[in-house]
Design a protein around this ligand. Structure first.
Ligand code: HEM
Length: 385
């Protein structure tokens, strides 16, 4: 339990750290990877280059520090991050390393302003915050369907739209695929040629059909310096019959509305993936589902065959493509057609799309807390904490 004085110091110094946040986290990652290059086998290098993970970690530590009197307030966000940590195999023994280099970075950037008293307070606070993550992740490791990364054989690959491919894999080792939940993802680990490090990425399941396989979809991300290492490896250098490493399914994005509620499943781009799994599952249950997918043009829409089939098969489902080149941006005027007081909203896509949709929802008096959402990117960067 932190002393009253420690908590006061932490809360008072949050604004200074916020001011220097980007600098501190840059120094933190540089020094940490110099001392522990093995961590480059866990961290995502594309995110590092774009500074995404830097911001996510810094924001989370600072958000947690603001709530140091009541860390329970950040638990819903920690839960989502903890799932990702478990899927990436972040372990308890990694926390002191992150703590050490975070504190060293604060000292290096703030210099004399970071007195011993301030540094001691932050050391204690980090320990407290880390213990919330560690205990939540411990439970997740115990419940995981298998240990670490295991080998799977690719049994099918299909093009989906212009930028995505779907993959079907089955275990090469003796392990049982657990009951899967729509909204979950798996984590793929590859070792690209000409790269000394392993690379990891999460991919959502597009179907949770229980037939002994895992089915996930991969969007080919970026180009040149900004290319997504895993997605390029999977798209360009992987064929049917190859083996890839996958860790056990994870994630807390699932349909949890009561029977009788209508659903709006709203996605853009690769965000369609978990939504398709949810659609398939909920359509069977007879629930009224409005499925709206935003993309550039009809040629870009992934899983058109599956979506057409479901749309034709179930009277309780309507599938709409909102095509930006044809229909412009999706605005509150269109959104209101699919929403009434009995609608539960599920939203998935990139950070930019989410920001825009939340602005449109605000015009309909719908706030973030009314929406179940999963951004393809750090959730804390758009969550109001
Ligand atoms: C991802 C926070 C400790 C490795 C993340 C994300 C956040 C975060 C907010 C982004 C999640 C998302 O995409 O939604 C924290 C906090 C920590 C902590 C507050 C300490 C209290 C650690 C440790 C490790 C680690 C000890 C391992 C050494 C990662 C990795 C990712 C990640 C590899 C995936 C993103 C990427 O590769 O760039 N963490 N984390 N984290 N974290 Fe942590």
């Amino acid at each position: 339990m932190l002393s009253e004085q420690t908590r006061e110091i932490v809360k008072q110094t949050v604004p200074v750290l916020e001011q220097h946040g980007t600098e501190i986290t840059k120094v933190f990652y540089t020094r940490m990877f110099e001392a522990h290059p093995e961590l480059l086998n866990i961290f995502n290098k594309s995110n590092q280059k774009q500074g995404k993970q830097q911001t996510a970690l810094a924001q989370t530590v600072l958000a947690a520090a603001k709530h140091i009197d009541n860390l329970g307030a950040i638990v819903p966000n920690v839960n989502q991050i903890a799932h990702k940590h478990r899927a990436l195999q972040v372990k308890e023994e990694h926390y002191p390393i992150v703590g050490e280099y975070l504190l060293k970075a604060i000292k290096e950037v703030l210099g004399d302003a970071a007195t011993d008293e301030i540094m001691n307070a932050w050391e204690e606070a980090y320990g407290e915050i880390a213990s919330v993550f560690i205990s939540m992740e411990k439970e997740m490791y115990e419940k995981a369907a298998w240990d670490g990364f295991q080998l799977f054989k690719i049994t099918n690959i299909l093009n989906q739209g212009t930028t995505m491919k779907s993959f079907e894999v089955e275990p090469e080792v003796a392990l049982e695929i657990p009951e899967l939940a729509a909204g979950q993802y798996i984590t793929v680990r590859v070792k690209p040629e000409n790269d000394e490090n392993l690379a990891l990425r999460h991919y959502s399941l597009y179907s949770v059909e229980n037939d002994g396989t895992l089915k996930f979809a991969v969007k080919k991300e970026g180009t040149g310096e900004k290319k997504g290492i895993v997605s390029h490896e999977l798209h360009d250098n992987t064929s049917i019959g190859d083996s890839i490493e996958i860790s056990a399914p994870a994630g807390d994005f699932k349909v949890n509305s009561e029977a009788g509620k209508e659903l709006l499943l709203l996605s853009s781009g690769a965000g369609v993936t978990p939504m398709l799994a949810m659609l398939e599952d909920e359509a069977k249950k007879g629930r009224q589902v409005h499925f709206v997918h935003v993309n550039e043009s009809e040629a870009d829409v992934p899983f058109k065959t599956e979506l057409t089939e479901i749309n034709e098969k179930y009277d309780n489902v309507d599938v709409t493509y909102h095509l930006k080149l044809r229909d412009g941006y999706l605005t509150s005027d269109s959104l209101q057609h699919w929403i009434n007081e009995n609608t539960d909203i599920y939203l998935c896509g990139g950070i930019l799309f989410m920001d825009t949709i939340f602005d449109e929802f605000a015009k309909l008096n719908i706030s973030q807390s009314d929406v179940n959402f999963e951004p393809f990117g750090p959730k804390m960067s758009i969550t109001n904490v």
